[in-house]
Design a binder for this molecule. Structure first.
Ligand code: VGL
Ligand code: ZN
Length: 178
């Protein structure tokens, strides 16, 4: 049983430059994420990819009074992964209900169950955006009792100040920043 999991957070077309809700420089971490996926997969770790998977009328969209432009709508090109995933990767779709926002991959999904069922003790996290879905996923992973490591050369935030504060907060919560 793999004791480790790599969690690749929301590496989707809409979060890349040119997408609906771009993370500046988000595309620059694609090669690094792909390397980690290969390396962790080779050593037998469980590969998990979370995706933002919104219905077209999601509450987080501006037309419903939310903070974001419409992004990562289910089954559209903007929601596609931009990283290369192995066939046995576990895909976790989140924020799939019209009236509920979910930044964390654990929120409203069976992610914790899947990790525990697979014997995972340590989770390594990369992806976007550092101060939103990466932050929320890492903090929830700590709460669920996992040892949590952030692969800091393979995450990207939307705003540098917010990203810095999120890193400090994660570290205080017990996330080890690598
Ligand atoms: C995200 C904003 C809106 C993220 C998702 O993946 O960090 N950010 N939806
Ligand atoms: Zn979203």
């Amino acid at each position: 049983m793999p004791e480790e999991a790599l969690m690749v957070v929301d590496m989707q077309r809409d979060f890349m430059p040119g997408g609906a809700l771009p993370v500046p420089g988000g595309d620059r971490i694609i090669p690094k994420c792909n390397e980690y996926i290969l390396e962790f997969h080779r050593k037998g770790a469980l590969i998990v990819a979370t995706r933002d998977w919104h219905p077209p009328n999601h509450i987080s969209f501006r037309e419903r009074g939310g903070p974001w432009p419409r992004h990562c709508v289910q089954n559209t090109p903007g929601a596609e992964f931009v990283v290369e995933l192995p066939e046995d990767a576990v895909i976790i779709s989140k924020a799939t209900e019209p009236d509920k926002e979910a930044y964390s991959g654990f929120e409203g999904t069976n992610l914790a169950e899947i990790l525990k069922r697979n014997g995972v003790k340590r989770v390594y996290i990369c992806g976007v955006a550092t101060e939103y879905c990466v932050r929320a996923t890492a903090l929830d992973a700590v709460k669920h009792g996992f040892e949590v490591y952030l692969l800091s050369d393979a995450v990207k935030g939307i705003k540098p100040g917010d990203e810095g504060r999120a890193l400090e907060e994660m570290e205080k919560a017990g996330v080890k920043i690598l």
